[in-house]
Write a protein that binds this ligand. Structure first.
Ligand SMILES: Cc1cc2nc3c(=O)[nH]c(=O)nc-3n(C[C@H](O)[C@H](O)[C@H](O)COP(=O)(O)OP(=O)(O)OC[C@H]3O[C@@H](n4cnc5c(N)ncnc54)[C@H](O)[C@@H]3O)c2cc1C
Length: 218
């Protein structure tokens, strides 16, 4: 069923910005490092940022077994994962028409908490997604660390994607003669220079996979 036909995932404002292409959703999830997961505790909503990784038709995230978010979602509370990337500022002549270029996704569902082997495998996926190359070049989790870690999987079933990609601002005709500059300011996401740890022993050089970390992640 198309996301647009499901009442809960139908974008109502500016519906022309709704994108139903699953590949576009995957591209957004794969570029993003962080998503925001919602949980309602005692009738109050909390929206919690977490590192996350898409793995096929599921999104994985991990955290402390003691954290409110993970306790609530492991118990099967409904949630919404929101992932947003800002691609630029749209500077219209009027403040009303000024906006942002963006891609954002919302995934509705319930999480499952992973056990033992599935948990260890999912943590490896998370590491590889968030820090590509690092899985083979760092210490894996101990049994104790695994026991302290909760890993949640959210199925990508009920989702929506909204994309705003202005080539130009949408100024009204009567504003076009105003003396203000107008246009789009793209936002690029780039890494800075790697800064070795002050307690680094033996002076290993910056690994190639760090020096060539994929740009554009955000
Ligand atoms: C970076 C950024 C900045 C924004 N700034 C503003 C702002 O300043 N003011 C403003 O009014 N709106 C802003 N929006 C848009 C906002 O996120 C909603 O899309 C907007 O509130 C319209 O919601 P609605 O009433 O159409 O849908 P709702 O009734 O709120 O939602 C219905 C369904 O549509 C889908 N949906 C709605 N919005 C999104 C979305 N953004 N991404 C994915 N799925 C979505 C969901 O599945 C949701 O369940 C911004 C969006 C982004 C990504």
């Amino acid at each position: 069923v198309s996301p647009r036909e499901l009442p809960r995932t139908q974008v109502r404002r500016l519906p022309e910005k709704q994108v139903e292409d699953r590949a576009a959703l995957d591209a957004l999830l794969d570029q993003a490092l962080v998503g925001h997961l919602a949980v309602v505790t005692d009738g109050w909503p909390y929206v919690v940022p977490v590192g996350m990784a898409r793995d096929g038709d599921r999104v994985l995230c991990h955290g402390s077994t003691g954290a409110r978010l993970f306790r609530g979602l492991a118990a099967g509370e409904p949630t919404c994962l929101t992932v947003t990337i800002v691609d630029g500022l749209v500077l219209a002549r009027s403040q009303f028409e000024s906006s942002m270029n963006y891609r954002s996704a919302m995934i509705l569902g319930r999480c499952t908490e992973l056990e033992f082997r599935a948990k260890a495998a999912a943590l490896a996926v998370l590491t590889e997604h968030l820090m590509p190359g690092r899985g083979a070049d760092s210490r894996g989790p101990s049994k104790k660390e695994l026991a302290q870690t909760s890993v949640l999987e959210l199925p990508i079933e009920e989702w929506s994607l909204k994309v705003s990609a202005h080539a130009d601002p949408d100024d009204q005709d009567e504003d076009l003669d105003l003396p203000y500059w107008a246009g789009v300011l793209p936002l690029h996401h780039v890494w800075g220079e790697p800064r070795p740890s002050s307690d680094l022993r033996g002076g290993p050089p910056v690994p190639d996979y760090v020096a060539t970390w994929p740009t554009g992640r955000t």
